[in-house]
Design a protein around this ligand. Structure first.
Ligand code: FES
Ligand code: FES
Length: 167
């Protein structure tokens, strides 16, 4: 089957999609967007998190056919520009600076989920999230390496920068 949707602002089409394929598979294997990671393929770890229309979701749990006509934004779509000119988003930069990345498998999902949390808080004129709100928002994103402290630090760093008018 053919599936057409918008990803990171561009209209794309994938042909010969098998009905059982996930959106995650189409993004990674057919559209050359390997940022979203495949760790569990069972909706348990959050490493494949993307925006589906404007709501975050595990792309491994979305059948490719469900993406027809929808808008998808992946971790690649959070940075600005292309190739060597690409600039990291505030959240991406904060994760690097805070040392919140070890093996990196969980990072794309955490970055998308954090972006969403900050949109809904500081981005909407509300106070920056506290530790409890951050832990709740990221509860579906599992990290096997960091112990989460650096991740929480990264979210606070990004929230502070966004409150100060960052991207
Ligand atoms: S790979 Fe999708 S939730 Fe783990
Ligand atoms: S950095 Fe390895 S799973 Fe999170």
């Amino acid at each position: 089957m053919r599936v057409s949707f918008n990803v990171n602002g561009e209209d794309v089409t994938a042909d010969d999609v098998w009905p059982g394929e996930s959106l995650l598979y189409v993004l990674r294997e057919r559209l050359g967007l390997p940022g979203s990671k495949n760790a569990c393929e069972q909706g348990e770890c959050g490493s494949c998190t993307v925006y589906f229309d404007d709501v975050t979701a595990c792309s491994c749990m979305i059948a490719a056919g469900q993406a027809q006509g929808r808008r998808v934004r992946t971790v690649e779509g959070l940075s600005q520009g292309r190739g060597a000119e690409r600039e990291l988003s505030t959240v991406q930069e904060a994760f690097v600076e805070a040392g919140a990345v070890q093996c990196g498998f969980c990072t794309p999902g955490l970055v998308v989920q954090t972006d969403d949390l900050l949109e809904r808080t500081v981005g909407a004129g509300l106070p920056a999230p506290d530790d409890a709100q951050i832990r709740e928002a990221l509860a579906g994103n599992l990290c096997r390496c960091t112990g989460y402290e650096k991740i929480i630090e990264a979210v606070h760093l990004a929230a502070g920068r966004r409150s100060g008018g960052g991207a």
